[in-house]
Write a protein of this length. Structure first.
Length: 413
């Protein structure tokens, strides 16, 4: 088949949306001839990767806006304007390519947001939309635990999402999709309300086979003390203010325990002040933003990943921890709530901040007191990643989706 992929973000060796774009291209090229529309931001990385891993069935089309439009990327919400304009340009470029090539299917891969349009859906070709996310919301009781900045950003996100849902081009994208792929059930429900007739839930997250193999060799941590780790940008919706409170509660029972927080962001000072006020500042280390290789080395020195995100569509760090044999404690929300099972970790209901903090602390106590349970959950996590989140397996699924073949898989729920 001849496949056109729209990947605004596409970059090798990266997680999140750039990694989604790159891995979808790699997998589609195993079975089909692929044309890729992408922007210039990841172009150097793509060219460097193609030296070591040629993709002879892929043709990249680097598409960017005039230099005078690049200023939109320089402020907080401006990149969305840039993306919208880029989508218009992609539609015209896709139409020209279709006249030359005659595509069998068009697949929108990134951005992974259901409330942003893909103008390529207007072309007379079967259109696959997603996986897209963004339909997840922090439960209302948790809003009061956010900083003022966090509350403002949540309101802005909700406003942007509401405006997007009323955008006629977003609704047109939904109605034109032969299949919509949603990262979570929450996003799936919103896509159906927009008019998408066929929707399946498919996690955007996955790990390449070589990365799974490398992580599976991560040694077990037999050292003292018991140590938990969190990884991510220090943003209000990541929920680290909940995990710090939970650690303080847990620390009273296990005073030798430690908490390592990897990442940086606008909430760092607030979290440091919180740790100080709770009396755990000496046992909580803020490592800041460090290279991914070092993060994985630190993971090997920890026993448990705690990931209290409040509206995360993906959650790659949970998969990486599972592949490394580390149990995951998370809130039963969004992407992590689908990735983690009772066999691979502990999911805590998100009813209120107080209840969530108590639940996270109890989960930590349970795992700290039972090393055999940690080993059992870690082994099950490794197996689940191999079975359900290997990009090679997801590639087989995408091949079936493109052909319109019936498929049973562990990703769609």
């Amino acid at each position: 088949m001849k496949v056109l992929i729209s990947a605004y973000y596409c970059q090798p060796g990266r997680g999140s949306e750039p990694g989604v774009g790159w891995n979808c291209v790699r997998q589609a090229a195993r079975f089909h001839d692929v044309w890729v529309l992408t922007q210039a931001e990841g172009w150097q990385g793509i060219q460097a990767a193609l030296v070591g891993e040629p993709l002879p069935r892929v043709r990249f089309v680097c598409l960017d806006l005039p230099p005078r439009a690049l200023f939109w990327k320089k402020w907080l919400w401006g990149w969305q304007v840039h993306y919208y304009l880029w989508q218009l340009a992609a539609c015209f470029a896709g139409r020209r390519l279709h006249r030359q090539v005659g595509f069998d299917v068009i697949h929108h891969v990134t951005l992974v947001r259901y409330w942003m349009p893909s103008f390529l859906a207007l072309l007379p070709v079967p259109f696959i939309w997603g996986p897209v996310g963004g339909g997840e919301s922090a439960p209302p009781p948790f809003w009061w635990s956010f900083s003022l900045r966090g509350k403002i950003l949540e309101l802005a996100r909700d406003l942007a999402r509401t405006l997007g849902e009323h955008d006629p081009f977003v609704r047109r994208t939904a109605r034109k999709a032969a299949l919509g792929l949603a990262t979570t059930q929450e996003t799936a429900a919103r896509m159906r309300r927009l008019g998408c007739r066929r929707v399946s839930v498919l996690s955007e997250a996955g790990l390449p086979e070589e990365q799974i193999r490398d992580l599976s060799s991560t040694r077990s941590n037999h050292r003292s003390p018991f140590r938990l780790i969190s990884v991510g940008r220090l943003l209000h919706w990541k929920g680290f203010h909940l995990s710090v409170r939970a650690f303080a509660e847990f620390h009273r029972q296990f005073p030798e325990s430690e908490y390592w927080l990897m990442g940086d962001g606008p909430e760092r000072r607030r979290l440091e002040e919180l740790a100080q006020s709770l009396g755990v500042a000496k046992s909580l280390t803020f490592w800041g933003a460090i290279p991914r290789r070092q993060v994985l080395e630190k993971l090997a020195d920890c026993d448990v990943l705690i990931h209290p995100s409040l509206h995360d569509s993906g959650g790659w760090v949970a998969l990486e921890a599972m592949a490394a044999g580390r149990p995951v404690i998370c809130l039963d929300l969004g992407g992590p709530g689908l990735q983690v099972t009772d066999e691979t970790g502990i999911k805590v209901p998100a009813i209120s901040p107080e209840q969530a903090v108590n639940g996270l602390a109890q989960a930590l106590s349970r795992l700290a007191a039972d090393s055999a349970l940690r080993v059992r959950l870690g082994a099950a996590g490794r197996q689940r990643v191999k079975d359900c989140f290997d990009w090679n397996e997801k590639g087989q699924l995408l091949a079936a989706i493109y052909k319109g073949e019936p498929h049973e898989n562990p990703f769609c729920l």
